[in-house]
Design a protein around this ligand. Structure first.
Ligand SMILES: [Fe+2]
Ligand SMILES: [Fe+2]
Length: 374
């Protein structure tokens, strides 16, 4: 049985010192190489035998959108205004009316708080963009490695979706915001792990269930939070694609996991746990504090003590937990993953809607087109 140390490189999940010790060293490198060990599989049986994947593939074909023409890029964005409006709602975003005596914020002016909001937004959108590139690479890999023809077809549509997502986030950052951040070290560790695993179903679990499940929740959170119309519509469109992607993961793994043994399932549980912790670590936004000239070790205990923090953090898992349950990962074996998710404080989402059924509801692109032609 693997220990926390073997899975995460630290014994205590909440060890702040250990979390912050993981940071990027090669931030100026433009290219990052990951060795792929997987076999590319041909399948000479072209029979269409998986109705749920066929349906999803047809849905994907009619739900394509064009980032250039379906979004109104002429909308002007006042980033400082957006940052101020969002700030009060984000834990650690800093509320100017709180007593900051004795903290690193003691001497902060209004302008510093605005700058913090701007940096947080640049950081968040940059991580979305890098995560999308991870999805682009993973789904291209799934096209090669998954043995089923219906899954190869579907994954190919997702490759196009992910290219579009990288495109929109990069364009939004470059034309509406004020600077990129390099990929967060915890996110990169996770993406590297997913890409280098030679088992095709691990690519699915890491990307479609964990990374995209979290992305779907995070996009939903930001979509609710922001009043900026361009970002709002962009997120709504990206989310309708992401819901299909998570559904693809749920539908495929549900079938595949029935063939696995208990020890094999246990490895999937451990992988899901590792991914969950890495993604939680990433949300400490350590790079933002460094850029603001503050030692993250000094400020993060304050951020983590914010009473809204556990709620904010937990919501990010609202898609992951029900989907893991649907796959049987929560309770397989001795319920190991249920115990871990209980410790992380996210088990309360287990009975929320799973995304295997939700994607049709979230199809905003088709709804918009129907409204336009009516
Ligand atoms: Fe995406
Ligand atoms: Fe996706």
């Amino acid at each position: 049985m693997a220990t926390n140390f073997e899975i995460l490189g630290r014994e205590n999940v909440d060890d702040l010192e250990a979390i912050l010790s993981v940071s990027n060293t090669d931030v100026d490198a433009v290219v990052h190489a990951v060795k792929v060990e997987a076999d590319a599989l041909f399948n000479w049986d072209y029979t269409r035998s998986r109705p749920s994947l066929i349906k999803l593939y047809e849905k994907a074909k009619t739900s394509q959108w064009n980032a250039e023409t379906d979004l109104d890029w002429s909308i002007e964005v006042d980033q400082a205004e957006v940052a101020m409006a969002n700030q009060a709602n984000i834990p650690g975003g800093g509320a100017a009316d709180q007593d900051m005596t004795g903290t690193p914020f003691e001497s902060w002016t209004e302008d510093d708080w605005v700058q913090l909001g701007i940096e947080m937004q640049n950081w968040m959108l940059s991580q979305f963009m890098h995560g999308e590139q991870g999805a682009l690479i993973c789904t291209a890999q799934i096209v090669e490695t998954v043995p089923w023809i219906d899954a190869k077809y579907y994954a190919a549509t997702q490759v196009m979706d992910e290219a579009r997502h990288v495109e929109v986030f990069a364009k939004y950052l470059d034309t509406k915001l004020s600077g990129h951040y390099p990929i967060n070290a915890h996110l990169r560790l996770l993406l590297d792990d997913i890409i280098s695993d030679s088992r095709w179903d691990m690519t699915y679990l890491g990307m479609q269930i964990m990374v995209e499940g979290l992305a779907l929740a995070a996009f939903g959170f930001m979509h609710q939070l922001t009043a900026e119309p361009l970002l709002k519509k962009l997120l709504r469109y990206v989310m309708s694609d992401e819901a299909r992607h998570v559904a693809f993961g749920v539908l495929s793994l549900q079938e595949y996991y029935t063939e696995l043994t208990t020890p094999e399932i246990r490895e999937r549980q451990e992988f899901a746990f590792e991914a969950a912790v890495r993604m939680r670590d990433r949300f400490l936004q350590q790079e933002v504090w460094e850029r603001m000239g503050i030692d993250p070790k000094e400020v993060l205990p304050l951020v983590l003590a914010d009473e809204r923090r556990p709620m904010f953090q937990a919501v990010l898992f609202s898609k992951i937990v029900p989907n893991c349950k649907k796959l049987g990962l929560l309770d397989a074996g001795d319920g190991w993953l249920r115990d871990r998710f209980t410790e992380l404080g996210v088990i309360q989402f287990e009975d929320w809607t799973d995304t295997g059924e939700e994607y049709a509801m979230l199809d905003e692109v088709s709804k918009d087109r129907e409204a336009q032609s009516a």
